[in-house]
Design a protein around this ligand. Sequence first.
Ligand SMILES: *Cc1c(COP(=O)(O)O)cnc(C)c1O
Length: 228
Amino acid sequence: MNIAANLQQIRAEIAAACLRAARDPEAVRLVAVSKTKSAAAISEAATAGQRIFGESYVQEFLDKSPEVRQAVEWHFVGHLQSNKVKYLRDRVTLIHSVDRLSLAREIDRQWARCEHPLAVLMQVNLGDEDSKSGIAPDQAADLARAIAALPHLRLRGLMTLPPYFDDPEEVRPFFRRLRLLADEIAALALPGVRMEELSMGMSHDFTVAIEEGATLVRIGTAIFGSRS
Ligand SMILES: *Cc1c(COP(=O)(O)O)cnc(C)c1O
């Protein structure tokens, strides 16, 4: 696995997708999803210029992140249990997966001790899949309103993990729906809420996601190889 070469390739594909969509490449940030991958692999990516890493499992993150010596930024992208939020305090800069009020309240409680509020995204389950986390689209506005009232959280956008299709074109309508939902929530003009981030697109469909407005693409396999 040549991590540096993979990163270079992905950056080129991001730039090409931005060009096709007449978007500024600076408006798309790459989150290297490093779950199950070693600190050595993460350090290799960091040496190749990657700055943001996304993790999904709290214990694994706590075990390996101290071994990464470079100045990197950590995002949490996985399903999060409320009783583990305390371990993320002061260690992550963005949680992509806020999908219920009880979780938002616990993040608020923990970040009350921090100097700065935490930026969060709401995870939306657009495929109505029981197996996936995420708030139902018709409840997203209510959750956004509730999060807006929490002083130590800053709602900055939406995230989705759409159903898997072999053909990325079939995912396009899901990405589009996330963007429209973000527009609807933005129109509520909730105090302190900015719908500026759309976290969508993974290894096999990120170029489609960028064409549909993604600002954060979460890529694992295409950088680090398959997870065993
Ligand atoms: C694992 C994971 C990814 C990365 O998926 P790849 O297909 O390996 O790029 C992105 N987002 C979330 C939430 C994940 O859990």
